[in-house]
Write a protein that binds this ligand. Structure first.
Ligand code: FAD
Ligand code: FES
Length: 509
């Protein structure tokens, strides 16, 4: 189902056969054009098509080919950035609405998978938040109080399931997990049953804003629609405003076998920064698969060599000595925000009806589902109690410190222009197959990659979005931009915005 352009495959992508996708080959008119067939785009499409609206979904790859195919698919109302932080940054009323929206999203996935007969291994289970080493246990006390104040069910438990490393921890009941690509496949089929159309292999280059917006694609055809939803994970249609409020991070996951029944089925999260997240899924008879995630760092700012997978495996083996073979290792991008909540609503600065869903904050399964529920209401003209909580133009005053810190980090990346690239010992000719590096050639920064056949490929290392210098990602064999998270496959084709276009060819001279 999903096409992966990164080097690694997630567990779900590996088990989900790729289907040939039909590209958009003729210009169309519709009520709503949705860009992106991940969980946000397809949930929005499903709800609108079910209400009888004309819907066209366009994806540059195929449904699930983005971050939805690379998730670990915890469905949680225990907020990743914590209720205590939400209370400080947005106050009790909005923090309670945020908690309510995540609970409603999990209920929605459960009821939709029943209503549409989607076999996606949806399962309700408890989530445990534990302190982890070197962490102040008082933080959990504060989180307990804050979560209760926001109306979230939570209680204290002592080392559940006999897992000693958990210690005294918080239990969030009635959380859930599922298989994201099975769910997406079912949603897509439901969209098409309700008359919606889904096209793959078609990149949207530009949205011209009018009463009937024009969505221009790389296939010389366009879609005209009064409403356009940018569900491309990041709003590539917005050049600056939103990208000062979205902070891209790379996160890593491994899957390994454990003997069936040796780890109690639950979601586990520690309270470190970056934190670890753990869940189980079915494997072969007698075995289950433990999925462990974490080791986040800013996109395009990874250490070389990158120890993320080794660190995750070591962390897991110390706590689960029964861990067998590691079967999968993969990574992907998440977009953090100032208050740990997504941005869903009218695109700031748009004169026309252009809507966005972005800023997953590591909770994109629920945030993507909330996006579908909220945007479908706003598009058909219904109000929604969550509108203000997720309003993209919001700037919570208590989040300004975070925003300043992240934007200082972006500003620092521009110094890469002044630094010479590569080093004396490293010449392009010395690159081994599968390696990449940015080299200085005269005035130009050149991103050079040697493919598996030994051929060298060169592109300009200047990110077409706002001109930062891309970095080689040795894990995924991609060029990643350290400023706002654009990512390009090894030969320079864009796979993740905000850059709407590929890395340019190297200018002469
Ligand atoms: C390792 C990892 C673990 C995670 N774990 C969890 C978890 O446990 N729980 C959780 O809730 N979240 C988790 N997340 C986050 C979650 O997976 C994502 O936030 C979520 O999948 C994003 O969904 P989306 O629909 O916004 O974007 P995507 O799934 O990325 O969909 C966007 C789509 O838009 C398409 N597109 C982009 N640009 C264009 C264009 N110009 N033209 C046409 N199409 C375009 C892409 O091809 C893509 O298919 C995790 C993420 C990672 C990487
Ligand atoms: S993503 Fe903004 S400069 Fe590269």
């Amino acid at each position: 189902m999903a096409t992966a352009t990164e080097h690694t495959l997630s567990l779900w992508q590996d088990h989900s056969p790729t289907q040939p996708e039909t590209a958009l080959t003729e210009s169309l008119r519709t009520d709503v054009c949705i860009i992106g067939a991940g969980i946000a785009g397809l949930t929005t499409a499903y709800l609108l098509a079910k209400e009888g609206r004309g819907v066209v979904v366009i994806d540059q790859a195929s449904p699930g080919g983005g971050e939805t195919g690379r998730t670990t698919a915890h469905l949680a109302s225990a907020i990743d950035d914590r209720y205590a932080m939400l209370l400080r940054r947005i106050g009790r009323e909005k923090a309670s609405l945020a908690g309510e929206s995540h609970r409603a999203a999990i209920d929605f996935i459960e009821s939709t998978s029943h209503a549409e007969n989607i076999e996606c291994s949806f399962r309700r289970l408890d989530g445990y938040l534990f302190a982890g080493e070197n962490r102040d246990a008082e933080r959990l006390e504060r989180e307990f109080e804050a979560a209760r104040e926001c109306g979230q069910r939570v209680d204290w438990v002592e080392s559940p399931g006999g897992l000693g490393f958990l210690g005294r921890c918080l239990r969030f009941p009635h959380q859930a997990q599922f298989n994201p690509l099975d769910y997406l496949r079912g949603l897509r089929e439901a969209v098409e049953r309700f008359g919606g159309r889904v096209y793959g292999n078609t990149r949207v280059l530009e949205i011209e804003e009018h009463d009937h917006n024009i969505v221009r694609t790389d296939r010389d055809v366009m879609v005209r629609a009064p409403h356009v939803v940018v569900a491309a994970n990041t709003p590539f249609n917005d050049r600056v405003t939103m990208h000062t409020k979205l902070f891209p991070y790379q996160t890593y996951a491994i899957a390994a076998t454990v003997p069936a029944g040796t780890v109690p089925a639950a979601l586990y999260w520690d309270d470190l920064d970056p934190y670890h997240y753990v869940r189980l899924t079915d494997a072969t008879p007698g075995f289950e698969t433990l999925i462990v995630g974490g080791e986040d760092h800013k996109t395009g700012q990874q250490p070389h060599p990158n120890p993320a997978f080794e660190n995750l495996e070591r962390w897991a083996r110390e706590r689960f000595p029964q861990l067998g073979t590691v079967t999968h290792q993969w990574s992907g991008e998440v977009l953090e925000t100032m208050d740990g909540l997504a941005s869903i609503g009218r695109n700031p600065g748009s004169r026309a009806h252009v809507w966005i869903a972005t800023g997953d904050s590591g909770m994109g399964m629920t945030h993507g589902t909330i996006a579908g529920m909220l945007l479908s209401d706003l598009i058909v003209g219904r109000d929604n109690p969550w509108r203000e909580v997720f309003e993209p133009s919001r700037v919570p005053p208590a989040g300004l410190g975070e925003m300043a810190k992240e934007n200082l980090n972006v500003a620092r990346q521009y110094f890469d222009w002044a630094k010479p690239s590569g080093n004396a010992e490293r010449e392009p000719a010395a690159l081994r197959p599968g390696e990449g590096c940015v080299f200085q050639r005269g005035l130009h920064k050149v991103a050079i990659h040697r493919d598996g056949d030994g051929t060298l490929h060169e592109r300009s290392a200047v990110c077409p979005h706002l001109g930062c210098i891309v970095e080689w990602n040795e894990t995924e064999h991609t060029w990643d931009c350290p400023c706002h998270g654009s990512r390009f496959e090894a030969k320079g084709e864009v796979i993740h915005g905000p850059s709407p276009v590929n890395l340019a060819s190297v200018p002469p001279g």
